[in-house]
Design a protein around this ligand. Structure first.
Ligand SMILES: NC(=O)c1ccc[n+]([C@@H]2O[C@H](COP(=O)([O-])OP(=O)(O)OC[C@H]3O[C@@H](n4cnc5c(N)ncnc54)[C@H](OP(=O)(O)O)[C@@H]3O)[C@@H](O)[C@H]2O)c1
Length: 230
């Protein structure tokens, strides 16, 4: 399979990349702004099946991505995993803060999907998997300070439903996993001192399974993946 993962430099995305890389027949392209760990993963990959690209979702860096995937005539899986968290009381959030969070968590996904759609449509059964959050899941517990982040994830969930409908005839499937707490640097920033019941390795393995198989059972679905609050 041809697989693209955003936000692979740490946390869940990094573990997800390692999981996919275990299968020699997968070809994986990893994107994030910091690339040291991507380079290292690629160099140590026993199957030489990992490529990487320094890519900032908040900038239009489309030409270099298109150049990178030129040899691929299709993309089987796109995991929109990159995310930005900001924990700040609502009255202290500036317009710039809101724009920054939405640019990474929503517009970055919009731009990437638009750019990659032709190759996703060329796959037999492509799958776009958006990584949302319980914070953006309707009716879930909400937490002070996370309004911009949670609203951006709610918008991402809704986008998933809309794109699944718009491309249901010939496009890839679109699903959104709304994650609960997973032990990563982002969680430590959002909930200092809290210990999550799930580690990034386990979540990476689950997401790899879902990205590979979920489109056979779900399309346009927003699925909570959580055993705790937060
Ligand atoms: N951990 C949790 O408890 C939890 C709960 C619910 C949802 N989630 C979601 O799960 C996903 C992964 O979370 P995580 O906990 O693994 O977070 P993390 O450790 O903070 O990692 C976030 C990743 O996103 C990348 N990223 C951020 N801004 C970017 C940008 N502008 N362009 C490209 N890449 C960017 C970062 O790479 P660079 O900085 O190198 O660019 C990093 O690799 C996120 O979407 C998050 O919202 C996590």
């Amino acid at each position: 399979m041809h697989i693209i993962i955003t936000g692979a430099s740490r946390g869940i995305g990094y573990e997800l990349a390692k999981f996919f890389a275990k299968q020699a027949e997968n070809k994986i392209l990893l994107l994030s702004r910091n690339v040291d760990r991507l380079q290292e993963l690629s160099a140590n990959s026993p199957h030489a099946n990992i490529d990487w690209l320094a890519y900032d979702l908040t900038r239009a860096e489309e030409a270099k991505l298109l150049e990178k995937i030129k040899p691929w005539n299709h993309i089987d899986i796109l995991v929109n995993n990159a995310g930005q968290l900001l924990s700040k009381p609502f009255t202290e959030l500036t317009r710039h803060d809101w724009e920054s969070i939405f640019t990474t968590n929503l517009f970055g996904v919009v731009d990437l999907v638009r750019l990659l759609l032709p190759k996703l449509e060329a796959a037999n059964h492509g799958h776009v998997l958006n990584i949302g959050s319980m914070g953006g899941f309707q009716g879930s517990s909400k937490f002070p300070g996370l309004s911009a982040y949670s609203a951006s994830k709610a918008a991402l969930a809704n986008l998933t439903e809309c794109l699944a409908e718009e491309y249901k005839e010939k496009g890839p499937a679109f699903n959104c996993l709304s994650l609960g707490a997973v032990q990563t640097e982002m969680l430590a920033e959002a909930f200092p001192g809290y210990e999550a019941p799930v580690g990034s390795q386990d979540m990476g393995a689950f997401i790899a399974w879902f990205a590979t198989n979920g489109h056979r059972f779900f399309n346009g679905k927003i699925l909570p993946v959580s055993i705790s609050t937060p």
